[in-house]
Each structure stands twice: as C-alpha cells, then as structure tokens.
Design a protein around this ligand. Structure first.
Ligand code: C2E
Ligand code: MG
Ligand code: MG
Length: 611
C-alpha cells in the first residue's frame, strides 16, 4: 500500500493515525537500543570492575582469604602465601582455624590462643595471631565482610589481614620501656606501684596480708666508682637474678633506680616467713661476685613493712619500708628491720625538726663555737675549727649531729652553711685583730654545700666581706664526698684551692677513699677521725690505722691532723709518729668567741703550766 493510490482523506487520516504508532515504535526501539547499550555498558563496566577487583585482591598488600559460610578456605591471594609461606593449593578446602596460633611472649608460650574462626562474622575488626608454615606467627589486623546470596544468607566471607607484627613489636618494646627496668628487665617503679595497688585491693577484698621489702645495696657507689659503670651494671644484674631466685614466681621484684630494689610478697602472714626470705636474701647476696677478674663482696640492708597491719595505702607503706630500711642501715648494714610505729614517730620528729630549723634560720638561733688545733712541733694553736650550735628556744643547745643531717636532706644546709662560712670568717678576722696572731679557721662543708655551684661565690664573698686572707681559711670536706664523680670533685677542689684556701679531708678513715683517689686530688691535709685516736696507745688496731695514715700522708706530702685527743699519752704518741697537728678536749673543748679570746690571752701561761 502506497499513499499515492489512496484517496487524499484516507491518506491524511491514516497519516494522522499512523504517526503516533510509528513514533511509539521508534521510541520503543530507541529505548530498547539505549537499554541494550546501557546494559552492554554495564556489563563491560562490571567486567572491568571485576578485573580491577580481582587484580586488587591478587596484588593487595593485605592478605586476602575468601571462605565459604563455614570458614572453609576457597581463595588466598599471593601476599598470603608470601607472608605465611603456605602454598595456595594446600590451603584450599582447609578450615580457617588452621591459621590460629598460640601467643608467645619473650620466648615463652603464654597458653593463650587466638582463634582465627573468631573473625567469621558479617562485619568484624580485630587483631589475630596468624599461623605460618614453619616461621614465627604473624600479628595481623583483620577486617571481615560477608557476601550474601539472593536470600540474604551469607555465601562467603572476605577476610583481609594486614601484617602488623613490626608495629606490635615496637609497641611491646615501648611498653617494656615504660614498665620494666632496661638494665635488669625487672619491673620498674611504675609497674611496681601498679602491682602494689592491685595487691592492696585484694587485701581489702580478701583480707589477706602482703609484705614489702625495700632494699638498698651497701656501698654500691664504692664498686661503681672504683671499678667503673660497666662493672656496676654487671653487679646490679647479678643482684637482680639472685633476688628473683629468693622469691616465688608470683612475687614482684622491682628496681626503683640506682641500687634500690623492692619486693612485693603476696599472701605472707607469718613473720617467720618474712624473716626467712630476708635472711635468704642477705645470704644469697653475700656470695662473691666476679667482676673484671676480681671477686667483689656486696651486702644489702632491707626494710620490711606489711599490709594491712602497718597501713593499707601504698604511699604509707612505701614510706614505712623506707624508714625501716634506714634503721637497718643505721644498725650497721647487712641487716633487715621491720617497720614499727616508733619509727613513724621518729619521722614525725624529723618533720618537726625541719620546720623548726627553717624558723631558727630566720630567727638567728645559730651560733659558732671554736675548737683549737695545736701544732705538735711548737705546741702553739695554729688554727680553730668552727662548729655550729643551735640554741633551740625550748630544747636548749642542739648538737650538729642531730640537725646537720636534716638540714642536708632538706637543702637547708646551703643557707645554714653560708651563714657559718661568713660568720666564721668575720669572727676569726676579729680574733686576729684582737690577739695580733695570724690564726686560721677551719670550716666544715657538707656534701650538698660542696656540690652547690654557688659555693665559690659564697667563699669569695665571705673572704671579701670579712677581709680575711684566703690562706687563713681551711675548708673541711668529708671523705665520702670525694667518692662522687672524681673528675667533677677534683675540678671543684681545684677551683676552691685556686683562691688560696686550703683543703682538709675530715673524718679520714671512715669512708672508703682509696689512695689512688687521694693521690690525684688537690688537698693539703687529712684529719684522722677520733674513732681511730680513741684508746691510743692501747688499741693495736687503731695504732695500725693511725700509723698507716700518717705514713701515707707523708708520702703524698700532706699534713696530718688527729682529732679527739683527750689525754697526754695520745699527744705523746702522735707527736712521736710524726703527726703534725692535734685537736681535742685535751687542748680545749669547742668554745665561744669570748672564751676563745680569753684562751689566747692566757695561752702563754697555759703552755708554761703544761711544760
Ligand atoms: P667534725 O668536723 O669531725 O668535728 C669534730 C667533732 O668532734 C665536734 O663535734 C667536736 O666537738 C668533737 N670533739 C672535739 N674534741 C673532741 C674530743 O676530744 N673527744 C671527742 N669524743 N669529741 C671531740 P660537734 O661539734 O658535735 O660536731 C659534730 C660534727 O658536726 C662535726 O664533726 C661536723 O661534721 C658537723 N658540723 C659541725 N659544725 C658544722 C658546720 O658548721 N657545717 C657542717 N656542714 N657540719 C658541721
Ligand atoms: Mg670537721
Ligand atoms: Mg671529724
């Protein structure tokens, strides 16, 4: 049928009727075509996506494992094989449980297993240890997602696991550094504190008893200084091992720093058990330790406190144990002692003393006494030692042995020592002017004062303000101060001596300074402690020590002072042995400025009387 042969109206009508039909057909075709093109494009796209996805899975930096809904492995990627050393074929069909592994800490198995099946959940994230084929298991960060079938049931799990072993090791190392002592591997202060808090909670809940041992090695510094820090470290390591061997596995041995150790003993109720452990520790540490081809002997002092009987707060218990330790040290070291409430009373007394000392400094309650030092060859007083006294408003005169250690511990010794130095210089200058004699003054320096960087300035000021010549000032340092960093000590002594003052080692023989030390130090004089002058000439041991010190000093070109001379026999003996100077009640007790002035005014008569 052609339009040309049809009547015009028919043609028109049919054209009008046909047009929409044709258009509809055209749209349908076009839509279909477009749909076809779209679906082809979608298919192409999904093919491309699939290729991309499978390439991503194959080459992923993460290990990818695809399992069925029961966790049977259907696919593993190359990275998985590379890291676990498992072969892909041998894994297919295996359960994911094959990848579970036992957690191992520092070479010991913990008995904790991480179960890889744990991750078979629709959306799971976590860390699992992944088994390998003969190598160390890997720590992995795991993410799981599920693939659902048309009914919404899980068909597959896609498990992605990233190797985080290095991260875990770094983390563990950080934890180790934060909680364990890097030298000995023992718990550090923080971990000890944590464990103590936990143990105290259990004491409150279960009513059991625990004990804390505080240990401080006796004379560790001597070993460290004389044999070097490496030897010191070796010694600490040996001590740590021995301490661990003395307690049970569940107890905590910690190193708080330096040569301080603590032990937390759980569930000890019988004091006999604590005594036994303390005695074991003392005995075990006494066995000689070989360091640098030498046998070294060490001992320790131990302070013991128990909870809940002595307290149930960690700060109280640590303080108690510390007090008990100090008493053990005071009793002569290589001992243990238990905390008692009397000890606590002592601590309270010390605290009060500190407060009163501060007050006393402000209120000018301190004064100086002077004790003559006699030149044994001429019989004249060559020098005076300045000794501080505290005039306490209620207690009367307080002796330095009682308050100097507290002043030292609290730092109050620095202002007090400066006061002593300035007043000693001023009073001796006045005495020089009044008597016309070139007297010298000896001033005691405490360890803290000696280490104070401002000391040189204080000495300069004391000399310039008083007008005393530096040759008239002697500084007394104790032997124990010289055991610190020898180079720093020598520098400090050198700087002081450069001002023209002289240096004396006080209480010589009570510390452990070796001759090797003495030879290299810029000192002028040694003062033999009164302990060795006592009972001379009857005590053979003391005679031996005194004679040895005199001969060493002579060899090193040092002057020797003997203190604590109380009778003529001692004076006679010391002079005979070549001791240069003597000090003691025999020649004169410490006296006030006024008495010292009177002493010098009558000195001529006294000498005549003695002669
Ligand atoms: P030190 O420096 O060894 O002083 C000698 C001590 O022996 C003095 O005790 C003195 O009184 C005492 N003494 C003197 N002659 C005899 C004697 O014949 N027999 C006996 N048994 N003892 C005698 P003091 O004055 O009680 O001083 C004790 C310690 O206090 C001093 O020992 C010194 O280490 C310290 N000290 C005293 N004054 C000061 C000071 O101003 N600063 C510092 N840092 N320490 C001081
Ligand atoms: Mg002295
Ligand atoms: Mg002395």
């Amino acid at each position: 049928m052609t339009l040309a042969v049809l009547p015009e109206w028919i043609t028109l009508t049919s054209t009008l009727v046909m047009l929409p039909i044709g258009l509809a057909l055209l749209v349908t075709v076009l839509v279909q075509r477009q749909r076809l093109a779209a679906s082809r494009r979608a298919r192409d796209e999904s093919e491309t996506n699939l290729t991309k996805f499978s390439s991503a899975v194959m080459n992923s930096g993460a290990m990818i494992i695809i399992t069925d809904s029961d966790g049977r492995i259907e696919f593993v990627n190359e990275r998985f094989c590379e890291l676990t050393r498992f072969n892909a074929d041998e894994m297919l069909g295996q359960s994911l449980a094959k990848l579970s592994a036992i957690v191992n800490l520092n070479g010991t198995e913990t008995g904790v297993t991480t179960n890889f099946l744990d991750c078979l959940q629709p959306h799971w994230k976590g860390e699992l240890l992944c088994q390998t084929n003969g190598a160390t298991p890997l720590w992995t960060a795991v993410t799981t997602s599920s693939v659902l079938d048309e009914h919404g049931d899980t068909r597959n799990y896609i498990v992605s696991a990233v190797d985080i072993t290095d991260l875990k090791i770094a983390h563990r190392r950080m934890e180790q550094l934060a909680l364990f002592d890097s030298l000995t591997g023992l718990a550090n202060r923080r971990l000890f504190q944590d464990r103590l808090e936990q143990a105290l909670q259990s004491v409150r809940r279960r009513g059991n008893q625990l004990a804390i041992f505080f240990l401080d090695l006796d004379d560790f510094k001597r070993v460290n200084d004389s044999m070097g820090h490496d030897a010191g470290d070796m010694l600490l390591l040996t001590v740590a091992e021995r301490l661990k061997a003395c307690v049970r596995g569940q107890d905590t041995v910690a190193r708080l720093g330096g040569d301080e150790f603590t032990i937390l003993l759980h569930d000890v109720s019988d004091p006999k058990d604590m005594t036994m452990i303390a005695e074991n520790i003392l005995a075990s540490l006494k066995a000689p330790i070989r360091l640098n081809q030498q046998e070294v002997l060490i001992s320790t002092s131990i302070g013991i406190t128990t909870a809940p009987s002595d307290g149930d707060r960690s700060e109280t218990l640590m303080k108690n144990a510390d007090l008990a330790l100090y008493r053990a040290k005071d009793k002569g070291r290589d001992q243990y002692d238990f905390f008692t409430s009397a000890l606590n009373q002592r601590a309270v007394r010390l605290m009060n003393l500190e407060r009163e000392l501060r007050h006393g400094l402000r209120q000018d309650e301190f004064s100086l006494l002077f004790q003559p030092q006699v030149d044994l060859s001429t019989g004249t007083v060559s020098s005076l030692e300045a000794l501080v006294r505290w005039q306490h408003p209620q207690r009367g005169e307080v002796m330095p042995d009682e308050f100097i250690p507290v002043a030292e511990d609290t730092g109050l010794i620095v202002p007090l020592g400066n006061w002593v130095l300035q007043n000693a210089c001023m009073q001796i200058k006045l005495l020089q002017q009044l008597t016309g004699q070139q007297l010298r003054v000896a001033v005691n320096l405490s360890p803290r004062q000696f280490r104070d960087p401002a000391l040189e300035g204080v000495v300069d000021h004391a000399l310039s303000a008083s007008g005393l010549r530096p040759e008239s000032l002697e500084l007394e340092v104790t032997e124990s101060m010289l055991m610190d960093d020898i180079a720093a000590v020598s520098d400090q002594l050198g700087r002081l001596k450069a001002r023209g003052v002289t240096i004396t080692i006080d209480d010589f023989g009570t510390g452990y300074s070796s001759l090797r030390h003495l030879k290299h130090l810029p000192v002028d004089c040694v003062k033999i402690d009164e302990e060795f002058i006592m009972d001379i000439p009857d005590n053979r041991d003391n005679i031996g020590i005194t004679n040895a010190v005199i001969s060493i000093a002579r060899e090193l070109d040092l002057k020797v002072v003997a203190e604590g001379v109380e009778c003529g026999e001692q004076e006679y003996y010391l002079r005979d042995q070549g001791c240069d100077i003597a000090q003691g009640y025999y020649f004169g007790a410490p006296m006030t400025f006024e008495s010292a002035y009177r002493f010098f005014s009558t000195q001529g008569e006294q000498q005549m009387l003695k002669a």
